[in-house]
Design a protein around this ligand. Structure first.
Ligand SMILES: Nc1ncnc2c1ncn2[C@@H]1O[C@H](COP(=O)(O)OP(=O)(O)OP(=O)(O)O)[C@@H](O)[C@H]1O
Ligand SMILES: [Mg+2]
Length: 483
């Protein structure tokens, strides 16, 4: 690989040896809820865990325990089995019903093996029988917390097919990488990523999380374009039972689930003005209420927003709140279009080819010079995503193991390698018709996109270059959805 790459460097991986130092650096201690009706046990366990650096709260029965969890989920729970009102088993059952994933250590009476088995079946990660050694408690707690964190990570990684590397050597991408490096040390940055579709906004948001101080905390994303307004609010803030027709149970929102972590608000330009107002209020006050709720919950999440619209224009048009724009635009990152950084095409192509081949279980193909030249010349209206799709297709359709040649590329790319200035003034047809025929529309689209890129989007100049009227150019741009 000859591209400059950003990957998780060892210096950014926190040492696991001293968890207390870790937590101090992250600025938030892990929260443990202790629940036992015996005051002495409650007190000694709480004191011991506090001394270990945990943030501890303690309650005296199962009902109080469930109330405390409803008011804000801790990172772990230590719960006695035998208690008045709701017992420990009742707590475990309720957590399961609510799908709250909470590493739980149960404290059982001496010799109650059956209940220990039952508790484990209900999801407890450890159990201790009284009297127990506090050091054993610490050990089980740490193991439970680590296991839960790992499970979350595995689930997340499976879903995302891995945190991918960012590739690019152009000055524009170097600036993006420098910003990412600076953000590694910032605990809860507010970042606004803007750029055309397919330029890597998602990838950058993931990198900010994966490399920053909150990397062990949740990363949650919501796509504002894919969701109706009411759902966005309940996704973000959660809702109380009965707060609207479909709210049959209480639901915790992203702001609550992602506590201490990072929230990625994708396509924020699609959010309605009403929801924008609620989001702004939450960000300003650093607290929020569930929909239909009365209790203020703390907002502790780094916010990364992204948009492929120009939000300044949206503000001018009255579609985006100016105050929210300023609130989000604390750290602006602009992802440049691929056509303005042709030097990134080669390293990106190498990276994406390797990835496609690996995913499809094929050997990594070589690329001939003429194919690379054609890729570098094409203006990539769909940016890196389009490049990825093209290379995936090439890997799938390829037969044999000869290097990829320009003939193996889709027509719009093949033909954008014949520049219109070469074409004009020559006699006869400047194009050589390939044996397998040609898709005229693709040729047209390729030339159109290339002319626009060469003229930096200036339509009059592009029309002149193509020897057509501005009107004809507009017509074709609309036809090919290039506007
Ligand atoms: N610099 C890069 N290095 C490696 N891969 C990249 C890079 N930029 C984008 N990609 C890849 O291109 C594809 C599109 O990127 P991504 O989904 O992040 O774009 P986006 O800007 O979020 O697009 P949209 O606005 O449509 O949501 C992904 O497969 C991503 O892995
Ligand atoms: Mg995206």
């Amino acid at each position: 690989m000859n591209g400059t790459t950003v990957s998780q460097s060892s210096s950014t991986i926190a040492p696991t040896a001293d968890r207390r130092e870790d937590r101090a650096r992250e600025g938030s201690a892990l929260r443990v809820l202790v629940c036992d009706d015996e005051e002495l046990i409650r007190w000694s366990v709480a004191e011991h865990l506090r001394a270990e650096g945990y943030e501890v709260s303690a309650v005296a029965d199962g009902q109080e325990c469930l109330d405390a969890i409803a008011a804000g989920t801790p990172d772990a729970l230590v719960v006695d089995l035998k208690m008045p009102r709701v017992d420990g088993m009742g707590v475990l059952r309720r957590l399961r019903e609510l799908e709250i994933e909470l590493p739980t250590i149960v404290i059982t009476a001496h010799g109650a093996v059956d209940s220990a088995i039952e508790a484990t079946r209900l999801g407890a990660v450890g159990y201790l029988s009284k009297p127990f050694d506090l050091r054993e408690l610490s050990l089980q707690l740490k193991r439970g917390l680590d296991a839960t964190r790992l499970q979350r990570e595995v689930r997340y990684l499976r879903q995302k097919r891995g945190y991918e590397r960012l590739v690019g050597q152009s000055p524009a991408m170097q600036r993006v990488f420098e910003m990412l490096e600076r953000l590694e040390r910032v605990d809860a940055p507010t970042v606004l990523i803007t750029g055309e579709s397919g330029t890597g906004k998602d990838l950058i948001a993931q990198a900010i999380h994966a490399r920053g101080p909150r990397k062990d905390k949740p990363y949650m994303e919501i796509d504002c374009a894919a969701m109706p307004e009411t759902l966005i609010e309940s996704e973000l803030f959660g809702h109380e039972k009965g707060s609207f027709t479909d709210a049959r149970t209480q639901k915790r929102g992203l702001f609550e689930v992602a506590r201490g972590g990072v929230i990625f608000l994708d396509e924020i330009g699609e959010m309605t003005l009403a929801t924008q107002a609620k989001l702004l209020r939450a960000l300003e006050n650093r607290k929020f209420k569930r929909v239909g709720g009365v209790v203020d919950l703390p907002l502790d999440a780094a916010i990364i927003a992204a948009s492929n619209r120009n939000l300044r224009d949206e503000v001018k048009a009255g579609r985006f709140r100016e105050d929210l724009y300023f609130r989000l635009n604390v750290v602006p990152i602009e992802t440049p279009a691929l056509r303005v950084r042709a030097e990134d095409v080669e390293p990106l192509a190498a990276h994406l080819l390797e990835r496609a081949a690996r995913d499809l279980g094929r050997p990594v193909p070589q690329m001939a010079g003429d194919a690379l030249a054609a890729l570098a010349r094409y203006p990539w209206p769909g940016n890196v995503r389009e490049l990825r799709n093209v290379l995936e297709r090439v890997v799938i359709l390829r037969q044999g193991d000869a290097p990829i040649r320009v003939e193996d590329l889709p027509p719009e790319i093949r033909f954008s390698s014949v520049s219109p200035s070469d074409a004009r003034g020559t006699e006869g047809c400047p194009f050589e018709l390939p044996v397998d025929g040609v898709d005229l529309e693709a040729v047209e689209k390729g030339l159109l996109a290339q002319a626009l890129a060469r003229c930096n989007g200036n339509q009059s100049a592009a029309a002149r270059l193509l020897s057509i009227s501005r009107y004809a150019l507009r017509y074709r741009m609309e036809k090919f959805k290039l506007t």
